[in-house]
Design a protein around this ligand. Structure first.
Ligand code: GLU
Length: 548
């Protein structure tokens, strides 16, 4: 059979560029030895999830800790799954978490020399190489209809055989020249398949950057490389794009591990040196006693929007993911509490080989710690950004008064104290925490443990002596005085020595006051809260807080 002629009949020359030319168009990159070129290659479905961020962080770190390049390629071969604005959303989401691409789709960069970065715009390249494979006898047209393929699959399932297009099942592999031209004459639609040279009997060992040595079986399937509309499959596009975009390390989900023999065979057929592969394990969570994969349907925390809406501190999400990526990151962070996570020596080889556990509670802890480290001004900016996007109208109004919020933040963050307080774990909860500082959102959550007369005596007594100019010790001395007047022990030690002699102690009097002023039994320092609220508001609360 004249294969050159066949290749031209199947894929007309048209405006195709010779395959060899592409080696010149996309030359080796000018990166230092050992530098990793990595990529994030999402489909533009509009759903960017924690797994993508996890993988992107590994890509970004692998590139940027070695002086390499991290780029964005859009795998849009499946037109049906495309969502408008999805690419911008990927970039925006990753930027939110502080990850930046060096080049790629929609990235304004002088480095963009390996594009187009949308697969649909690379059709010419794929066609040129498919044509070459046909001419070399390494690919062929397949005219099987969907029904025929279904029938093959059914038969294989019945016979308990591996499903797929291979061996004797690969009917079109043995079509004669005249059969092929006859089909073409009749305009029968066709796909292009790889003519696999592999043998299922042969095993070989392959070294994965994460999983180490893995023994796999050679591919023997004649996988589709170009679909009937001329658009490549993932397999073919991956081999060509990662070669010509000069990717050195392909980090991708372990669900691709089973296709690895196909990819290695494709690289060989195309005459390319394969990149290094790193197959990441899936993110898991504990569900009761069992560990399971995070699921789009069951777990809202899989969506990256969840973290923005709940207002986790973005750097905390990244730092927590660093711990999941490299378990020694936590130790490094303890030794370098102020250290930038980018200074940690990330190692792809240290990533977990199986199920990475993602624990939302741990993330909360990291988020608390990160927020507690901020200056009140930086914390204000962080909360304000959240309020602008997700806050209630009341929150928006409150945040207009920056000076007032800063006073609150100084208190609830424990600025000036021995140790910072970790009351704010994320923006949504932190903003709520401030509700009692404003009349329109103040509400009484806890109830008094004393009868009406006692409560009112404490509130009235304190109202009559309160002076916002008092410092903490004067404030407390006055509270003791009021406590004694209503039959409470002024000193806790007195109360402890003879509880039967008193109605309660000064701390019980403080609780009454606290509930009236903040609506809660627990709060940061009450004297400071009252100073922030101002005399007028305090007097109103003491009056309105009286038991009915
Ligand atoms: N488009 C593929 C996916 O979203 C990319 C896999 C890869 O990184 O090679 O799963």
């Amino acid at each position: 059979m004249d294969l050159n002629k066949l290749s031209r009949a199947l894929i007309p020359d048209g405006d195709l560029i010779a395959p060899e030319e592409y080696e010149k168009i996309y030359p080796e990159r000018n990166t230092e030895k050992g530098a990793c070129v990595t990529r994030l290659a999402p489909s533009p479905t509009g759903f960017i999830h924690l797994g993508n961020l996890y993988s992107a962080l590994a890509d970004e770190r692998a590139a940027h800790t070695t002086g390499g390049i991290f780029y964005l390629r859009i795998e849009d071969t499946d037109e049906k799954r495309k969502v408008d604005g999805a690419v911008e959303s990927v970039i925006r989401s990753l930027n939110y978490f502080g990850l930046k691409f060096d080049e790629g789709a929609e990235i304004n960069s002088p480095l963009n020399n390996y594009g187009p970065y949308y697969q649909r715009r690379r059709a010419k390249i794929y066609r040129s190489f498919a044509k070459k494979l046909i001419a070399q006898g390494l690919a062929y047209p397949c005219f099987c209809s969907a029904e025929e393929l279904d029938a093959v699959r059914e038969k294989q399932t019945q016979n308990k055989e591996t499903t797929g297009y291979y061996g004797a099942y690969a009917k079109c592999r043995t079509l004669t020249e005249s059969e092929i031209y006859e089909n073409l004459k009749n305009n029968k639609p066709f796909v292009i398949r790889l003519k696999s040279q592999g043998n299922i009997e042969n095993k070989f060992t392959f070294n994965d950057a994460i999983k180490g040595d893995i023994t796999v079986t050679e591919n023997d399937k004649d996988v589709v490389i170009l679909k009937s509309d001329g658009i490549p499959t993932y397999h073919f596009a991956h081999a060509i794009d990662d070669h010509f975009m000069r990717t050195t390390l392909v980090i991708r989900g372990e669900e691709w591990l089973s296709s690895l023999p196909v990819h290695l065979e494709l690289h060989k057929a195309l005459g390319f040196k394969p990149p290094r592969y790193a197959h990441t394990c899936s993110l898991m969570k504990m569900d009761g006693d069992t560990k399971r994969k995070l699921s789009k349907r069951k777990d809202p925390e899989l969506s990256l929007d969840y973290y923005r809406k709940a207002g986790y501190y973005p750097l905390a999400v990244v730092k927590y993911l660093m711990t999941v990526l490299n378990s020694n990151f936590e130790e490094w962070q303890l030794k370098n509490p102020e250290g930038d996570y980018r200074d940690f020596k990330f190692k792809i080889e240290k990533m977990g080989k199986s199920g990475a556990l993602f624990d939302l509670e741990k993330l909360c802890d990291v988020s608390k710690t990160e927020i507690s480290r901020l200056t009140p001004e930086a914390c204000y900016d962080f909360l304000k950004e959240w309020v602008d996007e997700f806050g209630a109208e009341s929150d928006k109004a409150h945040f207009e008064n920056k000076e007032y919020i800063l006073k609150i933040l100084n208190l609830i963050m424990g600025v000036g104290g021995k140790k910072r307080r970790k009351d704010i774990e994320r923006a949504e909860q932190g903003v709520k925490l401030m509700d009692y500082f404003f009349d329109d959102t103040f509400n009484v959550k806890d109830s008094y443990a004393y009868d009406k007369n006692t409560v009112n005596a404490v509130l009235e007594g304190f109202a009559s002596v309160y002076n916002p100019a008092d410092d903490n010790s004067v404030w407390f001395a006055k509270l003791k005085q009021v406590a004694a007047q209503v039959g409470f022990a002024a000193e806790t030690s007195d109360y402890k020595a003879a509880p039967e002699k008193y109605a309660g102690s000064v701390s019980d009097a403080a609780e009454i006051l606290r509930i009236a002023v903040t609506g809660m039994k627990n709060s940061p320092d009450l004297c400071t809260i009252m100073k922030i609220l101002g005399k007028e508001r305090c007097m109103k609360r003491l009056a309105e807080g009286k038991a009915k």
